[in-house]
Design a protein around this ligand. Structure first.
Ligand code: HEM
Length: 223
């Protein structure tokens, strides 16, 4: 495959979705692990130490640029793939397959991705934008993200938006996780079972842990 075909052919587009998707999955692991430090119940100390490292060290700061680029590529290619699939679907199938052909969430990746994007814009405006505008790119004063979370998650509608965002993420991952690894070549039957099980576990545990964060602040389970 030529480089340009990575962006124009349908197999190329699936590869871009898979590679950026796996990169975003790795980001989610780091993000959920660091955030889980809020449950150390030490008034945010462990979490703030981790957040300070991520905000003040050159390596995560450079990775952040890659992350934004990864998100953009994933979104743009996702939109292109969705349009491509829609124009194909217009021709329609002779028999409506319903859930027998594929699961509804596999057919709704575009919709679920859009809901996550809306969540992401709201989410970045809560934490990332105020922190970066205070701190600049590397130097400068970081805001206390723990107190910012406590303050942000006092509002009921915000907590509801976050929980809905996490539910959309769970459905998106339920198809996306195993699909990404299949695209890059996990085809062996033995590994497919393992892949499916890991995909389901990841899609439940990570969004659930995320959803419990705003809930923990809202219900006062944290110091
Ligand atoms: C639901 C619980 C979540 C909480 C409490 C939370 C909290 C935070 C906080 C405190 C930051 C730090 C901002 C900064 O570094 O200045 C952040 C950044 C970020 N979050 Fe979340 N987050 C959650 C879920 C998510 C989810 C589900 C996603 C992705 C779908 C996500 C994507 C991001 C991104 C892309 C950034 C910017 C990362 C960076 O470049 O620094 N977050 N989040």
């Amino acid at each position: 495959m030529k480089w340009s075909e990575m962006f124009t052919s349908s197999v190329g587009k699936k590869w871009v979705m898979a590679l950026t998707g796996i990169f975003l999955i790795l980001f989610l692991i780091v993000h959920v692990s660091l955030n889980a430090c809020i449950w150390a119940n030490d008034n945010g100390k462990m979490f703030l130490d981790g957040a300070h490292f991520m905000g003040s060290n050159i390596v995560p700061r450079i990775l952040e640029v890659g992350l934004m680029f990864g998100f953009l590529l994933h979104i743009i290619q996702g939109i292109m793939l969705e349009f491509q699939n829609r124009s194909k679907r217009k021709k329609g199938y002779a028999v409506a397959m319903g859930n027998k052909g594929s699961k509804w969430y596999s057919r709704s990746m575009g919709l679920l991705g859009t809901l996550i994007l809306i969540f992401l814009i709201i989410h970045l405006s809560h934490f990332w934008v105020p922190n970066r505008s205070n701190q600049g790119w590397l130097l400068g004063e970081e805001i206390n993200l723990y107190e910012k979370m406590r303050f942000t998650f006092q509002e009921e509608w915000v907590v509801i938006v976050y929980v809905l965002g996490c539910i959309s993420l769970a459905w998106h991952l339920l198809h996306g996780f195993q699909s990404a690894f299949r695209t890059i070549g996990v085809r062996n039957k033995k590994y497919l079972h393992l892949l499916n099980a890991t995909g389901i576990a990841f899609s439940v545990i990570v969004p659930l842990a995320f959803a419990l964060m705003p809930l923990s602040f809202y219900f006062g389970w944290l110091k």
